[in-house]
Write a protein of this length. Structure first.
Length: 157
């Protein structure tokens, strides 16, 4: 799975207002609703599913990255929302570092294999120190998407 095949420029949140992981998950979900990625009538159910998953075990995978996620029958295609949190947000990450890049995933329940592969690929992508450091410096959704795409293309070679 190539992240830029599913991540849309409009779904990249620069400088969220959120002060904690629960607010950030909600703010990212609100963006998904505003952009028509998920139906507004499903907002509360999805919010509960994402928060329940986060409470069971932090999705802060380390190195300033978190991947809050859930699977549901309420979407037909994978939904990806990315947020750049320059000041960092406490996600109770495995390494204790604040999260500066959060990538929210909502995956169709009938695509469990895709869910696992997507999580693994994003984790692998975000484990690249130079890419992550570059993303921390970028100021626009266009620049972020371009940097990820360039990295994905060189990684294919």
């Amino acid at each position: 799975m190539i992240l830029t095949n599913s991540l849309k420029k409009a779904n990249i949140l620069i400088e969220p207002r959120s002060k904690n992981r629960w607010e950030l998950i909600n703010e990212m979900l609100e963006l998904a609703v505003r952009n028509g990625e998920v139906d507004s009538k499903d907002r509360e159910f999805l919010k509960s599913a994402l928060i329940e998953r986060e409470k069971s075990m932090s999705t802060g995978i380390g190195k300033g990255v978190a991947i809050p996620h859930c699977s549901t029958d309420l979407v037909n295609d994978i939904v990806i929302i990315m947020s750049m949190c320059r000041d960092g947000i406490d996600f109770d990450s495995v390494d204790g570092l604040p999260v500066r890049i959060a990538i929210l995933l909502i995956v169709p329940k009938n695509k469990l294999t895709q869910h696992i592969k997507t999580l693994a690929n994003i984790a692998k992508l975000m484990n690249n120190d130079p890419l992550r450091e570059e993303l921390f410096t970028l100021k626009s959704a266009s620049q972020i998407l371009k940097a990820i795409k360039a990295f994905e293309e060189t990684a294919k070679k």
